[in-house]
Design a protein around this ligand. Structure first.
Ligand code: UGY
Ligand code: MN
Length: 248
């Protein structure tokens, strides 16, 4: 018998593990006929948001990015995306990054389409333009060995230039592969496991994690991961980058 009073989800001051069993749907204005799970946001203490949208055929997502940019990643299914005058069809593994000040419409969904989003308030940098819309397909991105370790492969999905203040990467770990050190850094993360399982050290705690789990790590929340099981562990993650450490 399953005990419904138990969960692996946990929310702490500087990190959270959110497993799917704790999801409660939110209504988001102008995202209609879909369920939206707000996994990470400012109410939790984070400086960005992460959501998962589950769509049906009649779903429509409309809006305008005002001061926050949005990264949309198709986890399952397909849809039509219109940004300004440009229309594309997106399917599993494809994404679009939408900078600020863009009008958008997502419609023509396949039943059950799932989309992951990361939202970050844009920090302009004098002398640099606002980034352009970026469409991409993860199948076309090289998976480079991370810090020389072939058991760890990193795909960097957004251009590496100073116009961008956020990065989204996909990290693949062979079973037994692990981060070579406990990372202690100012950058914040939101991540979602696509595949596999392992053990994540987050802060001073150790969590068994698997496909479907999300993790929030605040700035300076220490982190380390090892993959285990019979298949590689894969997660997509957000990171804030490229800005001054002070407000001057
Ligand atoms: O980019 C990163 O900071 C990455 N190595 N962190 C992580 O996967 N937890
Ligand atoms: Mn990190």
């Amino acid at each position: 018998m399953e005990i419904s009073a138990l969960t692996r989800s946990i929310v702490k001051r500087n990190h959270a593990i959110i497993a799917e069993d704790g999801y409660i749907n939110s209504t988001v204005p102008d995202w209609t006929n879909c369920t939206v799970n707000i996994i990470i946001n400012h109410a939790m203490g984070a400086n960005f948001s992460q959501t998962i949208i589950t769509a049906q055929k009649s779903t429509r997502l409309t809006g305008k990015t005002v001061s926050s940019q949005i990264f949309f990643y198709i986890l399952e299914g397909s849809c039509k995306t219109t940004i300004g005058n440009e229309t594309r069809y997106l399917s599993k593994g494809q994404f679009v990054f939408m900078p600020i000040q863009k009008k958008y419409l997502f419609d023509e969904f396949a039943e059950g389409t799932q989309i992951l989003t990361f939202h970050k308030e844009y920090e302009k940098l004098e002398g640099y333009d606002i980034p352009e819309v970026q469409f991409g397909d993860t199948a076309n991105f090289p998976a480079s060995a991370y810090l020389g370790d072939d058991a760890l492969r990193l795909q960097v999905l957004l251009p590496d230039n100073l116009s961008f203040d956020m990065a989204v990467n996909i990290f693949t770990y062979e079973s037994g592969g692990h981060l070579p050190l406990v990372e202690t850094h100012i950058m914040e993360h939101g991540l979602l496991f696509f595949q596999g399982q392992g053990v994540y050290r987050v802060g001073q705690d150790w969590y068994p994690v698997k496909k479907g789990d999300s993790i929030w790590m605040a700035p300076y929340c220490q982190q380390w991961f090892t993959a285990m099981g019979k298949e590689p562990a894969v997660y997509i993650y957000y990171k804030n980058v490229n800005r001054f450490p002070t407000q001057i």
